[in-house]
Design a protein around this ligand. Structure first.
Ligand SMILES: Nc1ncnc2c1ncn2[C@@H]1O[C@H](COP(=O)(O)OP(=O)(O)O)[C@@H](O)[C@H]1O
Ligand SMILES: [Mg+2]
Length: 599
């Protein structure tokens, strides 16, 4: 993990090295200043020698100015290094996420990826900046100040040893407990983020189901848990300060007590005692800083792990070595295809672990698509129908290799989909996904996602086929109207028609529509199907639908149940031979069944 993260420092290596260099210089200057103070007091004030006060005063000013300059430089470089580190981390994650297949994304969840790119990277950025600044400053301060103290008066420095031991023990006790608590805090943070993200992205559903109260309660619960833990952690952390103060004042009192004796004895000057006071403060605060950075590093270790996971994740669908760059035609073959989302099988039970079998077999019901054999001719229109969760979307997504089959093979144009160049395949097998989105931008921008150099005429043609032209022309700016983020300012049916038009612009050989007209009325649905049949006869059309009306005019219809195909024939034949199809048809064509059937 550390290697992955450190690699991202990249071009900001110089800044990362310069920061500690300047900090060391700043520390050296800072350490020398109290020493010069003791000269001013002893040589100048005590001896009433104004010349010496000026001379040492001038030296002190120069040292202070240099210390400030080095401090400013160190600050600037540490900011540069840590912001650059964060930028590189985000870029590396984003670049890798673009290569992810659906199953990679399923693994992290979209919300999880967002948290990793924001909160976790912020944590790392702060930790890195602190590490650059404090990890050099604190130990250096500690060492130099102790050396100076020993140099000034060996006897008196035993006081520090006692103080260090006391402070060290107490800090250790506090920190070991806070670190434990902080780990819990971060878990609670994740919970809270999940609640917020789920709620905000599904706010329409929440409102539609009047679940605001329930959601509020859920949120309060997550927030309260976090609050409780934070109070506990922060109260513990707050103990640091009083403990440190007790030790500091203890040191000052002991210093004054023993210092007075030494001054009377003649082996310590007033000036030296003054500088000892300054050093004791510096030493103890260096110790505090070290303890803080320890807490910060432990906190960000979890974030580091989460970020590194995303950077190191290998996309599980990649281009083959010698990819096929053309799709000959739109025929589709499924040969003994099985597919499961659950790659590892059921989690091992203690019994299987004891028996040494840690990979449990995948049971039959784990398959979302099971034993599928099909041949679809180029240019055919195929309907897929079946209950929710029976595997229709999964079957459709396998064609454009959104997921790889678990066993068996799928061919498009007679070539295994795994042998194609991914871009070629997906340009030729155009999919309108069930959960489809539009992006912020104009209608035309969105259409040109399908084909970046499409002319206005081409776009209009695609929209006519998808029956989208009618409402686009009614929009205030026509094809230049702005679509809000996620397509919130168009209706569900309009969004679906835009998505279909966008897919048509690719001029694919295979067009897969996954429940893409579910929000359109039956009449529009029928017009779209007819337009596709009439104007794109050579394109293979796979139409997944819940409504019999959407598929009954297809050349052949696939009926699915629990991942298996129970029928693959024409509408008329299926009515005679397939019980499930007949049942769906009867329910939906009864007057009460299809409420939007044209009268
Ligand atoms: N991303 C996923 N991860 C795990 N399981 C999934 C995923 N998507 C779908 N499934 C499961 O696979 C089965 C088939 O789903 P799907 O193909 O979406 O059905 P349909 O489109 O017919 O409603 C369902 O049991 C569903 O719960
Ligand atoms: Mg589906």
């Amino acid at each position: 993990m550390l290697k992955t993260l450190l690699k991202q420092i990249g071009s900001f290596k110089t800044a990362s090295i310069l920061t500690p260099v300047f900090i060391s210089l700043e520390v050296v200057m800072g350490v020398l200043i109290p020493y010069v103070t003791s000269w001013i007091i002893d040589e100048g004030i005590a001896k009433s020698h104004l010349g010496n006060v000026y001379k040492y005063g001038a030296i002190m000013l120069v040292l202070a100015a240099m210390s400030m300059l080095f401090g400013i430089l160190a600050g600037r470089f540490s900011a540069l290094a840590s912001s650059g580190f964060a930028r590189n981390l985000r870029a590396a994650m984003f670049r890798n996420i673009q290569t992810f297949s659906f199953s990679n994304i399923d693994k992290f969840s979209s919300a999880g990826l967002v948290t990793r790119m924001t909160t976790d990277v912020n944590n790392l950025q702060n930790a890195f900046q602190m590490l650059l600044r404090v990890s050099v400053r604190a130990p250096l301060n500690l060492i130099f100040c102790i050396l100076m103290c020993v140099f000034i008066n060996t006897h008196m420095s035993t006081i520090f040893v006692v103080a260090l031991v006391i402070l060290g023990t107490v800090l250790y006790l506090i920190i070991s407990r806070t670190v434990k608590l902080f780990t819990q805090v971060f878990k609670k943070y994740d919970d809270l983020n999940n609640v917020v993200q789920e709620n905000v992205s599904a706010i329409r559903v929440v409102k539609a189901f009047v679940r605001e109260d329930y959601e509020n309660k859920k949120f309060s619960k997550a927030a309260r848990a976090l609050y409780g833990l934070f109070v506990k952690t922060e109260s513990l952390m707050a103990l640091n300060h009083p403990v440190m103060m007790i030790v500091v004042y203890g040191c000052i009192i002991s210093l004054s007590w023993f210092g007075a004796k030494h001054i009377v004895g003649g082996d310590l000057t007033t000036g030296q005692l003054t500088s000892l006071f300054t050093y004791v403060m510096t030493i103890l605060s260096a110790l505090m800083m070290l303890s803080m950075i320890f807490v910060q590093l432990t906190m960000s270790a979890a974030s580091g792990k989460r970020v590194a996971e995303v950077i190191n994740e290998k996309a599980d669908i990649v281009n083959p070595e010698n990819p096929v760059m053309t799709v000959p035609d739109g025929s589709i073959d499924f040969e003994n295809v099985k597919f499961t989302y659950n790659k590892t099988g059921a989690p091992p039970t203690p019994a299987t672990l004891l028996a040494g079998q840690n990979v449990a077999a995948i049971s039959d019901c784990d398959y979302a698509v099971n034993d599928v054999n099909l041949h679809i001719d180029s240019g055919e229109t195929i309907g897929i129908i079946g209950g929710t969760g029976c595997g229709k979307s999964t079957l459709a997504m396998l064609i454009s290799r959104m997921y790889d089959v678990s066993s068996g093979s799928i061919k498009v144009g007679g070539v295994d989909v795994r042998d194609y160049d991914l871009e070629t395949l997906r340009n030729n097998v155009s999919m309108v996904l069930q959960q489809n989105v539009l992006f912020s931008g104009t209608v035309l921008d969105n259409l040109r996602w399908g084909k970046s150099d499409a002319t206005l005429e081409e776009c209009k043609h695609a929209c006519r086929l998808a029956c989208a032209d009618e409402f686009i022309e009614e929009m205030p700016d026509g094809y230049d109207s702005v679509i809000e983020q996620g397509g919130t300012n168009v209706s569900g049916g309009q969004k679906q028609r835009l998505c279909i038009a966008r897919a048509l612009l690719k001029s694919p050989k295979v067009l897969v529509l996954d429940d893409s007209t579910s929000a359109c009325d039956t009449a529009t649905d029928a017009r779209i199907s007819k337009a596709l049949r009439d104007y794109m006869p050579e394109v293979t059309k796979v139409i997944v639908a819940q409504r019999v009306h959407s598929v009954m005019h297809a050349n052949r219809i696939i009926v699915m149940e629990s991942g298996r195909i129970t029928g693959f024939d024409t509408h008329d034949n299926l009515l005679k031979t397939n019980d499930i199809y007949r049942e769906i048809y009867t329910i939906q064509t009864q007057d009460s069944g299809d409420f939007d059937k044209p009268k």
